[in-house]
Design a protein around this ligand. Sequence first.
Ligand code: KG4
Ligand code: ZN
Length: 348
Amino acid sequence: MRILGIETSCDETAASVVRDGRVIESSVVASQADLHRRFGGVVPELASRKHIERLLPVIDEALEKAGVTLRDLDALSVTCGPGLVGALAVGVAAAKSLALSLDLPLVGVNHLEGHIYAAFLTEPDLAFPALALVVSGAHTDLVAVSDHAQYRTLGRTRDDAAGEAFDKVARAMGLGYPGGPEIDRLARTGDPRTVPLPAPMPFRRRSGRIDDSLEFSFSGIKTAALRALHAAARADGQFKADLAAGFQRVVVDVLVDKSMRAAQSLGVKTVMLVGGVAANTWLRAEMQRACAAAGCRLVVPPPSLCSDNAAMIAAAAFYRLRRGGGSDLGLGASSDLSLEQTPNNSLA
Ligand code: KG4
Ligand code: ZN
């Protein structure tokens, strides 16, 4: 089964052809980072307009790279939420038009589910039950995955997402956009112990009482990092590297700590680390170390499948279709969609 995936939930216009949920025949991602860079973040209206301009050429390129035509497709899939509603609407309209004109099945995919299925592109024989840490510019969710499309969110961020905190701290330091990769790079030359920063919503409270919450909060650490930056007598290159290293270390520590607590309490032996922030080298290394110590198998996609792409959307759609799921032409874009709700998708 050959599925075309379309992803336009934020600032990447992406299309991909995936066979049987596992073979990526093509994956084209047109980033809008250059467009949004001067604003220091994504401007929703500009993103929607750019998607309109780029989506059809990106789909053409994906088909061409896969060496197929529209006639060779068996289904269409598209991110229907969560994300920027105007941006999502562009992809949903395109997918519905193609499904109608080609008379093919349509699958609306939850963006977070897409990120989780990037792990299946990496390890098709991934076993359930598993734990997924979905960590991106908009989400920090710990999810129990008991089977295909069976999700239970155990905890999420109460304020900023981890990626958002990376981006905001990077912006204040005058680094480029998106900021996560910049902090990752700068942190390599920094000493994480130089600038003391508080742990963001740690598992164990200072009083010694165990706080078993799997919720996250990153706005406090973001503010602490910004204060340290403004209070520095000389915010030179080395200071920024030290701050980047310290900030990254406390964020990674809490992500790894809560993931391992969750895996332990669920009794699962498979951990998936997915989403844009999963490209972070320190997070990958620390999660690998913690999983090895706990006897868990870590599945983390290559960086190109961590950040937004359409291959993960087509992969998720394959597993839904295989179980009799799918959407009708009433499919809409939804800015706020949890993993547990998949509107317009019936799942046998
Ligand atoms: O999944 P994604 O491409 O888009 C969303 O769904 O949000 O994630 C983008 C986020 C941005 O906040 C970006 O700064 C962050 O992922 N990111 C990183 C790294 N690469 C991307 N954060 C930390 N370290 C990285 N290497
Ligand atoms: Zn994403």
